[in-house]
Ligand binder design. Structure first.
Ligand code: ATP
Ligand code: MG
Length: 443
């Protein structure tokens, strides 16, 4: 055991208080795995043999929220930090592939560890001893993901675990143990019973993992059960000297070249999903006319199915729709693009998407990298200059137009005319300059 595994003082304080009252208390799940790995943990989960009532009594000095009493969970605030404490439990039968029908509390830690998905997630630690009933520490050292108990049975109880396996392999860069892997493929059809909200969480974490490329390539058939559109990309030969990879391989390599950002990774995953549907072979060379529009339509459907919020959907499909634009590294072009796409941020992200797309092409087009750098500089200077890109940023308004004697539709036309002049840097966005500029033309 790694002696340097120090647990945060907040968790230590709770463990000590419960121990002094005669109860067990351990850190469990992901945080112990991350401690052993030497990685920063995301959240601290404690498990105890005390019932929720007993926990509340022993910790009565603290602020406690009854966040999940039915499942035996309370949240305690220590040093302004929330920590979840859950009573050891055994999950009842999973009847609807979603939730265990019943939850039974137990006084036995090993029973609680047994219900957990993977050996690497079935560890407990109290600052002194690590409880490792299923060989989780060894699996962490050997970088292996293995079901606790019989993989098929565990996947039948809760098929989401099939995707959780892929997610952990992507995030941690671990290999999936053979029996576990075999059961995943055999039982993948059960994913049809899992809610899309739960699927979305694991799919997104997989895309954001450091091993997203190999995870999506190796397990596309599994994700294909719930996102069948992905399967159209698999092995789809592009018949084009610029595209040595098939569509799926190109996409997955591009993931490797993408920043670790939700919108970018989603856009990369789906940017070419419309290619198979828009393929044509002309003189032996593959073309994909209108594929960006097709990808936009298909990815919109997928993201809605995955129950993404509207803001994310709109943003990601907008990136996809424009992913193929032949960007120009000139101020005039970029100013107009910012105006058209309505923010500097989305143009910046479009460059990130194109960088990833370029990374996925063999050979990489180096001349484009210089262009992207130049565009980034232009975007930076736009931010610094705080240029105006919408009518509301313009330093004149309808009233100013009225005072110049314009009326009705003329007012709107004049404002748009001025905004365009600002975008083309023909006039500075200052009231005096704008009015003078307009007077020259408004004869
Ligand atoms: P992360 O670091 O991403 O939060 P995690 O391992 O903490 O990863 P969570 O989804 O937060 O994962 O779940 C916490 C713990 O609960 C897991 O480590 C595992 O022990 C258990 N667990 C979560 N979901 C399941 C499941 N579907 N089946 C069995 N055990 C699960
Ligand atoms: Mg967690």
């Amino acid at each position: 055991m790694n002696k340097s595994l120090k647990i945060p003082i907040e968790a230590n304080e709770i463990i000590k208080t419960l121990n002094e009252a005669g109860f067990e208390c351990f850190l469990v799940g992901g945080c112990v795995r991350d401690f052993v790995l030497g990685e920063p943990y995301k959240d601290l989960d404690l498990a105890t043999n005390a019932t929720p009532n007993e926990v509340e009594k022993v910790l009565s000095e603290y602020k406690i929220f009854e966040t999940g009493l039915k499942h035996g969970t309370v949240t305690v605030i220590v040093n302004s930090k929330p920590i979840e404490i859950t009573t050891y439990r055994i999950d009842g039968k999973y009847e609807d592939f979603r939730h265990p029908k019943s939850v039974t509390f137990t006084r036995n830690l090993v029973d609680d560890l047994k219900r957990r998905d993977f050996t690497i997630n079935a560890l407990a630690y109290d600052g002194k001893n690590i409880i490792d009933e299923f060989g989780g520490v060894g699996d962490i050292k050997n970088k292996i993901i293995r079901s606790v108990g019989n993989a098929s049975e565990r996947f039948k109880e809760d098929p989401l675990r099939i995707l959780r396996t892929i997610r952990f392999s992507s995030v941690l860069g671990f290999t999936i143990e053979e029996n576990t892997k075999k059961a995943m493929f055999e039982l993948k059809h059960l994913l049809k019973h899992v809610s899309f909200e739960r699927i979305r969480v694991e799919f997104e974490k997989t895309l954001l993992g450091k091993n997203a490329k190999s995870a999506m390539l190796e397990y596309v058939d599994i994700f294909g059960v719930v996102i069948p559109e992905l399967l159209t990309m698999k092995g789809f030969d592009q018949h084009n000297p610029h595209h040595r990879y098939d569509v799926l391989t190109h996409t997955c390599v591009a993931l490797d070249g993408a920043t670790c950002d939700k919108n970018i990774r989603l856009a990369v995953m789906f940017h070419d999903i419309g290619k198979p549907a828009s393929f044509s072979l002309i003189n032996g060379v593959g073309h994909f006319y209108g594929h960006a529009q097709k990808s936009y339509e298909i990815s919109g459907k997928i993201l809605r199915r995955l129950k993404y919020d509207n803001k994310t959907i709109e943003y990601v499909i907008k990136l996809i729709k424009h992913h193929d634009l032949d960007l120009q590294a000139t101020e005039k072009y970029i100013n107009r693009l910012v105006y058209k796409l309505e923010s500097v941020k989305i143009v910046k992200d479009l460059v990130l998407l194109q960088r990833a797309d370029n990374f996925g092409q063999a050979p990489i087009h180096n001349e484009r990298l210089e262009k992207f750098d130049k565009i980034d500089e232009i975007l930076k200077s736009i931010e610094e200059k705080q240029l105006s890109f919408s009518l509301k940023d313009l330093k004149v308004n309808g009233k100013d137009m009225l005072s110049l004697g314009l009326k009705g539709k003329e007012i709107g036309d004049a404002l748009i005319f001025l905004l365009n002049a600002v975008l083309d840097e023909k006039v500075e966005n200052k009231k005096e300059n704008l009015l003078k500029f307009l007077k020259q033309f408004n004869k």
